[in-house]
Design a binder for this molecule. Structure first.
Ligand SMILES: NC(=O)c1ccc[n+]([C@@H]2O[C@H](COP(=O)([O-])OP(=O)(O)OC[C@H]3O[C@@H](n4cnc5c(N)ncnc54)[C@H](OP(=O)(O)O)[C@@H]3O)[C@@H](O)[C@H]2O)c1
Length: 335
């Protein structure tokens, strides 16, 4: 008899903020394995702001999720059936999967084969050693390119990407300053991750606080938030600064987009650049970069935290939680 398969599908497209009613839990049976695919029993789902973007009708860097289809997300699990030459039952895969017990994963979306590392929980393979770590690495090293002694400002600094990005800046010899939404998050950044200073943007005047925390100005701004936070940071950039557009969570699901940052003119007077990047563009380098991140994790230079929500049925509330700032570190769902 077929095994049951629970899945969470897109019930309705949000036109503003994502809400629980946009999802529906369905129960069916474990799917058959088509040619060119594998069936993966999911153990962890990666909860990322970009899922909100894929729920829209317009195409972003990937096609929209179809109405009624399971929610697409990063995932990790065990191959239970395979029609792919390089994958066999028992392999652990970090995939572009779906919010289901069992995902049908096309060969092109199988991603990395995971070799567990002693002393490092499997969940870290989706966070610090997976999409978050890779994003922080390419955004910081390739786009931000901080030099020793420079000041690097990071927004959403206590989140999955931001918590790693500031540490990479520190490893590169720069001084990292974080912006986050609670005193507890700010304390974690400074006391445990080696950030030099942290700003609680919900409690402090952001313009004044950035000036105080970055007395020599900002050489790299790694932005995960957009909107007012980006605007405030632009007012403090130095000549030749690099503004790294990693994400704009404040705009995902906004009913009306705010006007462009008024302080963009600082890019002109400070001869600075503002550049976006997408981690998928570096796919050929993922394995090599994961090894660099693993070395830093094993040497203790890179620390991380996973915020784990239990149960597939709670995946929608975990996604909503990203927009409420519920997480410290990487948001994941364990099945
Ligand atoms: N370019 C790429 O290839 C790529 C790849 C992956 C992710 N990203 C982007 O990277 C960013 C971080 O992603 P993540 O997965 O690591 O998420 P995350 O930072 O772990 O979670 C989002 C955090 O953003 C903050 N936030 C939410 N709404 C906000 C608002 N309106 N204003 C200010 N802060 C807000 C919250 O923390 P607070 O408590 O601090 O408010 C929340 O914890 C996102 O923008 C994502 O889209 C880009």
């Amino acid at each position: 008899m077929s095994e049951p398969n629970r899945r969470i599908v897109l019930a309705e497209r949000p036109t503003a903020a994502v809400e629980a009613r946009h999802f529906r839990l369905e129960t069916g049976t474990r799917p058959a394995c088509p040619e060119g695919c594998a069936i993966v029993r999911n153990h962890y789902l990666s909860i990322d702001p970009t899922i909100r973007d894929w729920m829209d009708e317009r195409k972003s860097y990937l096609p929209p999720i179809a109405l009624g289809a399971p929610i697409r997300s990063g995932a990790m699990g065990e191959v239970v059936e395979s029609k792919l030459p390089d994958w066999k039952p028992g392999d652990i895969a970090a995939t572009l999967g779906t919010w289901e017990d069992f995902s049908v994963v096309d060969g092109r979306m199988m991603g990395r084969k995971i070799t567990p590392i002693d002393g490092v929980p499997l969940s870290a393979q989706l966070g610090v050693l997976g999409g978050n770590g890779l994003t922080a690495y390419y955004g910081m090293v390739e786009v931000g390119a901080p030099e020793p002694g420079q000041t690097v400002l990071v927004s959403a600094a206590a989140g999955g990407v931001g918590s790693i990005a500031g540490q990479i800046a520190r490893i590169e010899g720069a001084r990292a300053v974080g912006i986050a939404g609670s005193d507890e998050k700010c304390a974690w950044l400074v006391d445990e991750l080696g950030y030099s200073a942290a700003i609680n943007y919900k409690r402090e005047n952001l313009y004044d606080a950035i000036r105080a925390a970055c007395p020599d100005g900002v050489d790299v701004f790694f932005d995960n938030v957009g909107g007012e936070v980006l605007n405030a940071a632009l007012a403090h950039i130095n000549v030749g600064a690099r503004v790294v557009l990693c994400g704009a969570i404040s705009q995902l699901g906004a009913k009306k987009l705010p006007p462009g940052p008024a302080n963009y003119v600082f890019l002109l007077t400070r001869r600075a650049t503002m550049r976006g990047f997408v981690t998928m563009d570096y796919v050929q380098r993922w394995t090599e970069t994961s090894a660099v991140l693993a070395d830093w994790v094993q040497s203790g230079e890179l620390r991380w935290r996973d915020h784990i929500v239990e149960g597939l049925e709670n995946a929608p509330s975990a996604l909503l939680g990203l927009f409420a700032g519920d997480n410290i570190g990487k948001m994941l769902v364990r099945l």
